[in-house]
Design a protein around this ligand. Structure first.
Ligand SMILES: NC(=O)c1ccc[n+]([C@@H]2O[C@H](COP(=O)([O-])OP(=O)(O)OC[C@H]3O[C@@H](n4cnc5c(N)ncnc54)[C@H](O)[C@@H]3O)[C@@H](O)[C@H]2O)c1
Length: 423
């Protein structure tokens, strides 16, 4: 009875359930470290907060907020904050756990954390959005900090929201603490290259995966789901490399153009009104997105999008997971059986946290690097991590996802073992 009620038990088809099954798959490759694996299946700390604000019309609204620190064995918590009406504690647990794996996979000195508020920010005025952000930051202020847990942007959060978070935390501690969040505006201790970093990482890992598959990017057809920060930047970089973006889906709908969508005109329209307002493509039903003939599929929206059925029908040869947790475990197996290569989220979208790390380092040293230096360092870290994971996958004949978990979990559990259990 009590086991059933435990918050660590996943509900059906949840991202947390997906994460737990990904961990189960890596256990055979952990050797003696497997005795520590339970630590990966339990968040270290989860905080649920009430976020009350006075709305513009004078009513009082309450929103539910979370901050989960999944694992801090290798360093302070790191992970974004999501504003979305469907956010749940379980989703934030999964996202925080994927951060633990991701920071270890690219060997950054961090643990994994994540936060979120159950709110639709599109329904708030700018003033209400600021109030929600500040009150939430104040509530989670007891567990975040430059040396303990460093939030960053995620779905529906941006540099302005990071600026409010930094200011609120700083007011509460009585001194400017730029290192408490990353993804800040440039003149507030932000880093060059941060905005495009995740999309750039998707491109760098995707280009290398395509090279190894013998897939020429020139003329390659790409379908992108989610056209925000990650999806649009990745699309731009692939288009610059000669690929054609043949389908794009966002929360407003789906557009296709087999000759390639013109991104220079699409991006401003998508940012303002959503992709269906764009005139240079044909609007099709959302489910038709998965039938579009393509070579590369980039899920860059939310979790659980590549279901078994969609995995069965996609014509892509390569899937680049810009989003966190877009592929359910059953779909992963189907893609592997069909010979579709998946570059998993925990390496593919690690470019954002890598440049967040650079931002944090620059804040501490108060010495800022130029964009070329940032991009060179980013590309080097991503390539090194990908090559190591590829070697591990080849050695054990396992998928890139399980190989990434093998490399990352070894680092995390080794740190756990060497630190020992307190007391
Ligand atoms: N921003 C980062 O640095 C970063 C880093 C790593 C991973 N990610 C992950 O990438 C994904 C996208 O994040 P982002 O920062 O680009 O967010 P964003 O808010 O900038 O964009 C999200 C996009 O997804 C679309 N979308 C939302 N619901 C959808 C639906 N039901 N169907 C289709 N499209 C939908 C939105 O319209 C928007 O285009 C998330 O999974 C996030 O966790 C982001």
């Amino acid at each position: 009875m009590s086991e059933k009620l435990s918050f660590v038990n996943p509900t059906a088809n949840s991202p947390w359930g997906t994460y737990l099954s990904q961990v189960d798959r890596v256990v055979p490759y952990l050797g003696p470290l497997a005795r520590w694996v339970e630590t990966l299946k339990r968040p270290k700390r989860a905080l649920i907060v009430d976020v009350p604000i006075e709305m513009d019309d004078g009513t009082i609204a309450h929103f539910e907020g979370y901050r989960v620190q999944h694992n801090l064995s290798r360093g302070p918590g790191k992970g974004g904050v999501r504003f979305h009406p469907d956010v749940t504690l379980e989703e934030v647990m999964a996202l925080s756990a994927w951060m633990t794996i991701k920071t270890a996979a690219v060997n950054l000195p961090y643990g994994g954390a994540k936060g979120g508020i159950r709110v639709d920010p599109k329904k708030l005025s700018l003033q209400e959005l600021e109030k929600v952000t500040r009150r939430y930051t104040s509530e989670i202020g007891i567990i975040i900090g430059p040396h303990t847990d460093i939030p960053a942007p995620d779905v529906n959060t941006n540099a302005q929201i990071m600026a409010w978070m930094m200011d609120t935390y700083s007011m509460n501690v009585g001194g400017t603490a730029t290192g408490v969040v990353t993804g800040k505006p440039l003149h507030l201790g932000g880093s060059l290259g941060r905005v495009k970093a995740t999309g750039r990482g998707v491109f760098v890992t995707g280009r290398e995966a395509a090279r190894r598959l013998g897939l020429d990017l020139r003329g390659a057809r790409i379908a992108v789901q989610g056209f925000g920060n990650v999806g649009s930047v990745a699309a731009e970089l692939f288009a610059e490399a000669g690929a054609k973006i043949v389908a794009v889906q966002d929360h407003t709908g789906t557009i296709v153009n087999s000759n390639g969508l013109d991104l220079a005109t699409l991006i401003p329209v998508a940012n303002k009104e959503g992709v269906v307002a764009f005139k240079g493509g044909e609007v099709v039903p959302n489910e038709a997105f998965w039938d579009v003939a393509c070579d590369i599929l980039i899920p860059a929206a939310l979790e659980g999008q590549i279901t078994a059925e969609r995995a069965q029908k996609t014509s892509a040869k390569l899937v680049l997971e810009g989003a966190n947790g877009p592929t359910v475990p059953m779909a992963d197996d189907i893609l592997a059986e069909r010979g579709v290569l998946v570059v998993p989220d925990v390496i593919c979208n690690a470019g954002g946290v890598t440049v967040s790390y650079f931002e944090w380092v620059q804040d501490f040293s108060s010495f800022f690097w130029d964009e070329d230096e940032i991009n060179v360092r980013l590309d080097r870290i991503m390539m090194k991590a990908l090559n190591q994971i590829w070697d591990t996958a080849d050695r054990h004949k396992i998928t890139l996802r399980t190989a990434t978990y093998a490399v990352a979990c070894e680092r995390i559990l080794m740190a756990r073992q060497e630190r020992g259990l307190y007391p």
